[in-house]
Design a binder for this molecule. Structure first.
Ligand SMILES: Nc1ncnc2c1ncn2[C@@H]1O[C@H](COP(=O)(O)OP(=O)(O)O)[C@@H](O)[C@H]1O
Ligand SMILES: [Mg+2]
Length: 597
């Protein structure tokens, strides 16, 4: 993937932080603030440790010279004990609280993701790059909360602590303050490099991971499993799977190797710095520039200083760098265009008009629908016919407003589909599509899920079932509408044909003025399809119906037929008219007539 293709800004810690901060705070305000308070107290406690250590050794030295009594030493020892104890407690609480906060906040952030998903333009899901962003967003969200906490800790704990230590060292002897710089610079440099490496890795890994998860699905997923077995394609997918996995691991290994080298370099530099400071400290002690207590306190806290720096740099900054790529993906996801339009009520009994409509899929070179113009009158039954890939499904998505045209516009009544929010647009529309969902729910729920605001009544369920050629008393449905349609939940498996009838019933169940049937009948034989469509047409007389099919047996019941070829509407008319004048149509008819005689 080239740089120019990479959408959105490159990862930037502070930008990402400020974008995430409100979300992270609002998700759990109380716990968030509590985490910060503990962190501040923790930083304080570390600073005081240094002062108390110095005081203890200075008092001990005074006592050795007979200038202080045992009580004073015992007192400062007690203080040392207390401060160590408080360090331990704060450390424990400080580790535990962010976990609690994180878990709670994550739930709220996930909810935000789901809400956002519902607002994204449906066409974005056709775009592989956007699918990458969506896929990566979920991973990024997990890191995002801890990232925010960690960055706030930099401000509430690490920076104050280092500032304090800088001040303390400076007050002993200015040159000693250099220690802070010496531990900081090499570490930070290596982390900046590290963040670059991991952002690059994430860009490379996401498409590979998607492939690899897909192959995994083909091998072990329930839906593909049977067919993969049947085709004997196991080995084939295993090979692809292994290749993708190897590629992924290779990229990961390269990134790990690079960052390890940077880290090694950083550690060597830091070690040299440590020795240098010890030497300066020793010199200061010899020159009687600092007291023994100060020497000891610095000596002891240098250990802590390096440990904490190690924690910031190698663990936290390392994690941040590694996660910043995916966090940025989460932020990119939040910026995926949402479908606009306002909540305006559309007259349910309206004509639908397409005016010079063209549409291309995000990744496609040629348009899937070109310059389509026609009107569907309210209550009309329209059939759309054409070969596979001629653009039938796409034009249906444009008619319903699921997708918006690149050129031209679609009117529902006097309103453009681009001006109506999805929620309002679909208020009176129902549909059954080629790729319908098989929910692991009961038969009744599988039908009534298309409108959860209705209370499913048996009479109504019976009616839509009979329209769909579905018999709830069939022996496949052991408990009628209460039959669980999932093996995994102690239910039953039903055939593909039965599933299609369930999907059709689901479409009929949803109250609608406009209904679309986009070849939901592939697994049902042509004559049964004809019967279903005819029954449906009789009942849905006053409703606008759009039937998509490449089988012509049922098209004669349509008021008009739209013939599509290579994305273009080649003709519109009744069956008789088209037989006379449309060669594309009459060819299709002749080749299929034998099935229906
Ligand atoms: N998600 C997609 N991305 C790119 N091209 C697509 C996508 N879906 C469909 N197409 C292309 O658009 C054209 C029309 O497809 P479609 O509307 O599904 O045809 P039909 O329903 O008549 O089989 C085809 O050339 C198809 O390859
Ligand atoms: Mg189609």
């Amino acid at each position: 993937m080239s740089m120019t293709e990479t959408k959105g800004p490159r990862p930037n810690v502070m930008k990402a932080f400020f974008k995430l901060l409100p979300t992270a705070f609002l998700a759990e305000p109380f716990l968030f603030i509590l985490c910060q308070l503990v962190s501040i107290a923790h930083g304080f406690s570390w600073g005081i440790t240094t002062l108390v250590t110095q005081r203890f050794f200075d008092t001990a030295e005074l006592m050795a010279r007979g200038m202080a009594d045992m009580a004073a030493v015992a007192m400062s020892l007690l203080m040392l004990g207390l401060i160590y104890f408080s360090n331990q407690v704060l450390n424990g609480v400080g580790n535990f609280l962010p976990q609690v906060y994180g878990e709670k906040a994550l739930g709220k952030i996930q909810q935000g993701i789901n809400e956002k998903m519902a607002r994204i333009s449906p066409v974005c899901f056709e775009d592989t790059k956007m699918l990458d962003d969506i896929n990566k967003a979920n991973e990024g969200k997990n890191h995002a909360v801890f990232f925010v906490i960690l960055v706030t800790f930099v401000f509430t704990f690490y920076i104050p602590y280092f500032l304090f230590m800088g001040w303390y060292l400076f007050s002993l002897k200015p040159i000693l303050a250099l220690a802070i710089v010496i531990v900081f610079i090499p570490a930070m440099t290596s982390q900046v490099l590290r963040s670059k490496v991991y952002a690059g890795l994430e860009d490379k890994a996401a498409p590979i991971r998607r492939q690899f998860e897909y192959y995994e699905g083909c091998i072990a997923g329930r839906e593909y499993f049977k067919e993969t077995r049947l085709l004997g394609a196991f080995g084939f997918f295993m090979r692809l799977y292994r290749q993708a996995l190897e590629l992924l691991n290779k990229e990961r290994w390269k990134a790990t190797f690079k960052t390890s080298m940077y880290e090694l370099l950083m550690k060597v530099l830091a070690l040299a710095g440590y020795l240098l400071i010890l030497f300066m400290l020793f010199e200061a002690l010899m020159g009687q520039e600092i007291s023994t207590g100060a020497f000891t306190a610095v000596f002891a806290s240098l250990g802590a200083l390096f440990e904490i720096m190690e924690e910031v740099v190698c663990r936290h900054a390392g994690n941040i760098a590694q996660q910043l790529g995916t966090i940025q993906n989460y932020l990119n996801f939040l910026e995926i265009p949402e479908r606009g339009g306002s909540d305006t009520v559309v007259d349910p009994d309206c004509d639908i008009r397409l005016v010079d409509v063209s549409f291309s899929y995000p990744s496609a070179e040629s348009p899937a629908v070109k310059n389509a113009s026609f009107t569907i009158k309210k209550g009309e039954t329209i059939a759309i016919v054409g070969e596979n890939g001629s653009g039938k499904t796409t034009i249906v998505r444009l008619i319903t407003g699921l997708y918006l045209p690149d050129k031209g516009y679609v009117l529902h009544g006097d309103k453009k589909t681009s001006d109506i929010s999805l929620k309002y647009l679909f208020k009176n529309i129902s549909g059954v599509f080629q790729k319908y969902q098989k929910y692991q729910l009961t038969l009744g729920d599988n039908i009534s899920i298309s409108d959860t605001s209705l209370v499913p009544e048996e009479d109504y369920l019976d009616r839509v079932s009979s329209m769909s050629g579905l018999d709830p008393k069939d022996e496949a449905f052991v408990n009628g509408y209460d039959t669980m349609l999932s093996r995994e939940f102690d239910g039953v498996d039903i055939s593909g044909g039965q599933w299609q009838r369930v999907a059709i019933a689901r479409g009929f169940y949803r109250p609608h003025n406009i209904i679309v049937l986009d070849e939901p009948t592939a697994a049902i034989d042509p004559l049964e399809e004809k019967r279903i469509y005819e029954r449906f047409a009789r009942i849905a007389k006053d409703k606008t119906a759009i039937i998509v099919t490449h089988r012509l047996g049922s098209v004669r019941l349509a008021d008009r037929i739209i013939v599509m070829d290579k994305g273009e509407v080649v003709d519109i008319g009744t069956h008789e008219e088209l037989i006379d004048r449309c060669s594309k149509y009459s060819e299709m008819w002749e080749s299929q007539a034998k099935y229906y005689v």
